[in-house]
Design a protein around this ligand. Structure first.
Ligand code: SAM
Length: 502
């Protein structure tokens, strides 16, 4: 069943206590809980005696629990409504805000029916309407009075992903962000998603000038949620907690208004100011999708990772074809395919996957709604592959004469002479650290890889790195893996010097 409500209630007193304290509630405050659930945050606020609380939720079961629980509290109004579309809230937004405080744990990525998506697209023009938490954040900022405060627990993707750049524009120019704390989603009992961390953002609605003049405090490195309390009352923090202070105007001026949180000043400045990026010297693109992988893809044999559900290739059906219109004169034919991450860096010892590529199947791909014949001018060309899903080290490999999958980012140097230098760069720790700084979430998509700063050394060093990289490839091709590591380390050290990152 599709999850339309995402009712993961906040079941952590460390989180509730920290968020309620961050709001500085007083007895004149009108407060909104926009996705109230069973009222965890309301319970946390009761002893602070706000003047009024509006508790909203779309779910009738949650509403009946709230009504029962707060029967005798006449300062709490409970309403079953859709917070994103409610007309009273539209009015509050139109008069420039109504609430002094807003607290919430809005639904993340809740499934929206197509009809509702259309409504949301009209109402929240230009926003990414498939992510509910960011719409809740936008909505609630519009409902805050100037000087009003908000505290939300949400994924941290709004800080980094390109699709949230409009939201960042608004956040940075119409609110003073007090504090963002970032922590693993497993701190939230019952929730654990791999694609990003969770964050708690506390902000104050403000005019543009004071917003851009503001300094944001960001804290990460938490080992447990009990450490959140240390931030209240400015207690001394343990060494493993990292604090960053970023000027909102600087974040606003970054490409796509992206937050750049580097553990090192040099990295931060290279990422935000570099004049040359990978996208300037190479085409960086994603690959092909058959529309039905089990039907059209074959694995070499049972030893190939994650190949259980795939049929194995009959070697007599592999053809040496590099044509986009397919293999001529055969009923069934396959070409090499790059799909998953490689077990080695620099090059793949053999072809593990094959994709069906006879003429009739190509016709099918071109007409099938699910198939994606995208960036086809790069199929079979010589380039570099990087898997889209991040791992602790990037394993970039040479590819030639293959089609590559949509889970792979293909890097095709505009000048062939840079091929081996770029291959070495993409395998270096420096590139790995830079891509994590650009986008710390689990996604390595082409749009972020393009942003990696590009620095080219003098001719001698460039040639040395190129020939060392070729040497590694020769060693891998002759099975001498053990000799590669030392050369790889030497190249890695060169990149540390070229980028001046230690
Ligand atoms: C993640 S739960 C949080 C509940 C509560 N704030 C807490 O922290 O325990 C999200 C809540 O949002 C409600 N919800 C989902 N979509 C909504 C919408 N469009 N308008 C109002 N409430 C919504 C769900 O019913 C659910 O109770």
């Amino acid at each position: 069943m599709k999850d339309t409500l995402c009712s993961y209630y906040t079941n952590s007193s460390d989180i509730t206590r920290y968020m309620v304290r961050r709001l500085n509630i007083d007895n004149k405050d009108i407060v909104l809980e926009p996705s109230a659930g069973e009222g965890v945050f309301i319970d946390g606020m009761l002893n602070r005696k706000p003047a009024h609380i509006d508790a909203l939720d779309i779910d009738k079961n949650a509403i009946s629990i709230l009504k029962d629980k707060y029967r005798s509290r006449d300062f709490i109004t409970i309403k079953k409504t859709d917070t994103l579309l409610d007309s009273t809230l539209d009015h509050y937004a139109a008069i420039g805000g109504y609430y002094d405080k807003i607290i919430g744990n809005p639904p993340y990525g809740a499934w929206q029916e197509y009809e509702k998506r259309d409504l949301l697209k009209k109402k929240y023009t230009g926003q990414y309407v498939r992510e509910t938490y960011s719409l809740f954040l936008l909505r609630c900022i519009s409902l805050l009075k100037i000087g009003g405060r908000l505290s939300f627990i949400i994924p941290d993707t709004y800080m980094f992903l390109n699709l949230h750049s409009k939201l960042r524009n608004l956040l940075l120019s119409s609110t003073k962000i007090n504090e963002i704390i970032i922590f693993p989603s497993k701190f939230f009992p019952g929730v654990s998603f791999g694609y990003s961390n969770l964050s708690i953002i506390t902000l104050e609605k403000a005019d543009r000038t004071s917003s851009l003049n503001n300094t944001v405090k960001i804290v990460k490195g938490f080992q447990s949620s009990s450490e959140f309390e240390l931030l209240i009352g400015n207690k001394e923090l343990p060494d493993h907690l990292n604090e960053f202070y970023l000027n909102q105007k600087d974040i606003y001026d970054n490409a796509q208004h992206r937050f750049i949180i580097a553990d090192n000043q040099v990295k931060e400045s290279i990422v935000s100011t570099s004049s040359m990026r990978l996208g300037d010297v190479a085409d960086v693109v994603t690959g092909f999708y058959t529309g039905d992988n089990k039907r059209f893809i074959r694995a070499l044999d049972d030893s190939v990772k994650n190949s259980k559900q795939y049929k194995k290739i009959d070697p007599s059906l592999i053809y040496p074809c590099t044509s986009l219109s397919g293999i001529e004169n055969v009923n069934e034919g396959y070409v090499p395919y790059i799909k998953s991450a490689s077990s080695t860096r620099y090059c793949r010892p053999n072809n593990e996957w094959f994709v069906r590529w006879d003429k009739d199947t190509i016709l099918h791909y071109n007409n099938d709604k699910k198939a994606r014949f995208q960036n086809s001018k790069f199929y079979f060309k010589t380039g570099i592959t990087v898997p889209m899903v991040k791992s602790s080290t990037i394993r970039a490999c040479l590819m030639s004469g293959c089609v590559f999958d949509q889970s792979i980012v293909g890097i095709f140097p505009k000048n062939e002479a840079k091929l081996y230098y770029l291959l070495a760069l993409m395998n270096s720790n420096v590139a790995n650290e830079l891509i994590h700084t650009i986008n710390p979430t689990a996604n390595n998509s082409a749009n972020y890889i393009k942003q990696i700063p590009y620095i080219e050394p003098g001719e001698d060093l460039f040639n040395e790195i190129t020939s060392k990289t070729k040497k590694i490839i020769d060693l891998i091709n002759t099975g001498s893996y053990n000799k590669c590591e030392k050369i790889h380390q030497e190249i890695d050290d060169h990149f540390r010097n070229i980028y001046a990152i230690n």
